[in-house]
Design a protein around this ligand. Structure first.
Ligand code: NDP
Length: 377
């Protein structure tokens, strides 16, 4: 399968808008892999197969796997045969560890691979998770976890039944500045949180030919801003409050109808939490936004940007500033998930966390479609 990915120009514009560095290497940056892989294999290290060799796998996950201590890149699953030689050459991947989507199930017999990392369009997350679980492999699945809560629950059930761990790629929950906000939700240093604002989005896709849209603009693949960036706002509202929303009211705006047919361009959604706390959330493919803020009884704090790959910046109403560095978010995330497998402990971001978000996503779409307030089921 030849994947319809963003043009380089669109990608650079998107990354710049999202506050992501625009020095995009021709391929994954960094040294060749062989030495690191050998060293890791000598100790306890999880062999990972990347599924879907697109932007995220190429530019973030594969370079991340060059920095991990507890897992290494062992295999690839791709529908694009033309990508295989470069990946094998660069990462020292054996022929036996290369799969297509058709022969992916053979991975069950491969002792080099203990986990698969699914980084495909969103509609493929569930079917590939079920196949990986049936093959006895742990599953690391990108956000949004699935197309809806029912699919997400099926994924959790399948992995539980197969006795494999399922984790969701919410990289920020492994990131130190975000973890500081999660602790503040528990400790409430500025008193009770009264209101949260969580906004994540960027302006992109002006160059897209409406006759040849990328999957992020196609409903059948799980396109639209809510699935893509909206889950950052939603997840952030949940971890910043430390609470689960009980109801949602949502409204969408479309300014480029030729591009956004059956998918949302901008979504505004208000989450109601028990006790009256409210989170005002927004997401967009048409506007740049990257702020997470909590207003409390005795002050406020915020992270802005809060969802970039690095450079998160925190500040508080009494003049504190924080910006804890993490060398590579995805490496931290994958090492955390690998350690959970190696130690047999609960992962930081299990499948159930994705299910909770998908229940809210379902309510957001229902409210935006039909109007009115929706109870989160
Ligand atoms: P891309 O379009 O760049 O890559 C997706 C890859 O999936 C393709 O290159 C292709 O790889 C494979 N694929 C399989 N079937 C299809 C199909 N029908 N159409 C298109 N591609 C197909 O997407 P991204 O890498 O940006 O995103 C992938 C996933 O990762 C998404 O779920 C996204 O939400 C998530 N993501 C998460 C981020 C995070 O920060 N956590 C950041 C960016 C993305 P191949 O040719 O090898 O089969």
């Amino acid at each position: 399968m030849q994947a319809p990915v963003m043009t380089r120009r669109q990608l650079l514009a998107t990354m710049a808008a999202a506050g992501i560095g625009t020095s995009l290497p021709a391929f994954a940056a960094g040294p060749r892999k062989e030495a690191g892989t050998t060293a890791k294999r000598a100790g306890a290290s999880i062999g990972v197969a990347l599924v879907g060799l697109g932007y995220y796998a190429t530019h973030l996950l594969a370079p991340g796997l060059q920095q991990t201590k507890h897992c290494h890149l062992a295999g690839i699953v791709t529908g694009s045969p033309d990508k295989i030689p470069e990946w094998q050459r660069r990462h020292g991947i054996a022929d036996a560890n290369v799969y297509s989507y058709d022969d992916f199930d053979r991975i069950a017999d491969n002792p080099d691979i203990q986990a698969v990392y699914i980084a495909t369009p969103n509609d493929l997350h569930k079917p590939l998770t079920l196949r990986a679980a049936a093959a006895g492999k742990h599953v690391w699945c990108e956000k949004p976890m699935a197309m809806n809560a029912a699919e997400a629950q099926d994924m959790v059930d399948a992995c539980r039944k197969a006795g494999v761990k399922l984790t969701i790629g919410y990289r920020l929950q492994h990131e130190p500045n975000t973890r500081r906000l999660m602790a503040m939700a528990r400790e409430q240093p500025y008193g009770r949180i009264l209101k949260v604002r969580a906004e994540a989005g960027f302006h992109a896709y002006d160059d897209v030919d409406p006759a040849n849209k990328p999957w992020r603009l196609l409903p059948q693949h799980g396109g639209g801003a809510m699935y893509d960036m909206g889950v950052y706002s939603l997840n952030a509202a949940r971890y910043t409050t430390g609470q689960e929303p009980v109801a949602v009211a949502a409204r969408q705006e479309i300014h480029r109808p030729q591009l956004f047919e059956g998918v949302d361009e901008t979504m505004f959604f208000t989450l109601e939490f028990p006790g009256g706390l409210v989170a005002e959330c927004a997401t967009s493919f048409g506007r740049n936004m990257n702020t997470l803020r909590a207003d409390c009884e005795r002050g406020w704090y915020e992270l802005s940007p809060f969802q970039t790959y690095d450079g998160l910046e925190g500040r508080t109403s009494d003049g504190q500033a924080f910006a804890d560095a993490v060398p590579h978010q995805q490496a931290r995330q994958m090492d955390d998930d690998a350690l959970a497998i190696l130690r047999g402990t609960a992962p930081l971001v299990p499948g159930e966390e994705g299910v909770r978000d998908m229940r809210v996503v379902d309510a957001v779409y229902a409210s935006a479609r039909d109007g009115g307030r929706r109870i989160v089921l």
